[in-house]
Design a protein around this ligand. Structure first.
Ligand SMILES: Nc1ncnc2c1ncn2[C@@H]1O[C@H](COP(=O)(O)OP(=O)(O)OP(=O)(O)O)[C@@H](O)[C@H]1O
Length: 265
């Protein structure tokens, strides 16, 4: 991350509350994503990570609190609203359609039409342009896949996840949110996806990375948001805190105010 004295805040949430009957999933959580960073979101099971990410990506509507994008309040009623606002989310499971080709996956739901009558009236797809743009996106992100007409089911798990990440990066204007993108992958493939996540950040898109994998978090995160009991327990600087102290804050064995000042980010 660039060392900036006052980094711009791209996305912010204040006091988000989400209740499911008797359960309070979000209990007044704050959140801040800065320009140019990979922000990891970690927390024990049930800490409220998914609920937070769902609120930021429009999958749930919080009961209370506010979300700001580039300083302006936003009210997402559904994931499409968030997408339209430039926020793309990569989900662990629903990442890609296996039987379709890479370029079809990249443009799924946002297909390019031929210009003029053929596209407007006959709804003909501009396959050539989609192929060309897919190849350009993949090359830009250095995803080493040659043929855009290859079916996604013929790719390795890591390559599939790279396609999902590349798709999000291609369409996101503000933020990419990734929910456990390396969870189902082996070591080599996980590293490939981490490398891609870094490139996405380096091309100017801030990334929110939800992960249970501490080594991965410490490898790529610029800052770590620790979720606990529906709130934000701390925001940590991975360069100045150990993995074991981070886990202690996450589990409640240690509180944030027991940490030295430099551990905070
Ligand atoms: N749709 C729902 N209905 C009822 N309770 C829910 C629902 N979604 C989440 N919860 C509850 O809200 C709390 C927070 O859940 P959430 O999924 O946000 O946590 P998490 O940190 O993502 O957990 P995990 O790591 O296990 O996915 C949990 O107690 C969970 O059981």
């Amino acid at each position: 991350m660039n060392a900036v004295a006052n980094p711009k805040i791209v996305m912010q949430a204040r006091g988000l509350v989400k209740r499911y009957g008797q359960v309070t999933a979000l209990d007044g959580v704050d959140f801040e994503l800065r320009e140019g960073e990979i922000l990891a979101v970690i927390g024990d099971n049930g800490a409220g990570k998914s609920s937070l990410i769902k609120a930021l990506s429009g999958a749930i509507v919080p009961d209370e609190g506010e979300i700001l994008l580039d300083g302006s309040p936003v009210h997402f009623r559904n994931p499409l609203d968030a997408r339209r606002a430039g926020i793309e989310t990569v989900y662990q499971d629903l990442a890609v359609a296996p039987a379709m080709t890479i370029y079809e996956n990249l443009f799924l739901g946002r297909e390019l039409r031929r210009p003029g009558f053929l596209g407007n009236m006959l709804r003909m797809l501009d396959k050539k342009k989609m192929l060309h743009e897919s190849a350009a996106r993949m090359a830009d992100l250095k995803v080493g896949i040659q043929s855009m007409t290859q079916a996604v089911e013929t790719l390795s798990g890591g390559q599939r996840q790279c396609v999902a990440v590349a798709r999000s990066a291609a369409f996101a204007r503000h933020v990419v949110i990734m929910d456990e993108p390396t969870a189902a992958l082996g070591v080599k493939e996980g590293n490939m996806v981490l490398e891609l996540i870094r490139r996405v950040r380096d091309r100017g898109l801030p990334v929110v990375l939800i992960s249970h994998n501490m080594p991965h978090v410490f490898e790529v995160a610029d800052r770590i948001h620790v979720a606990r009991l529906g709130r934000r327990a701390a925001v940590l600087n991975p360069k100045n805190i150990s993995m074991s102290d981070t886990v202690a804050v996450m589990t409640g064995a240690m509180t944030a105010d027991q940490l030295p000042a430099e551990a905070h980010a």
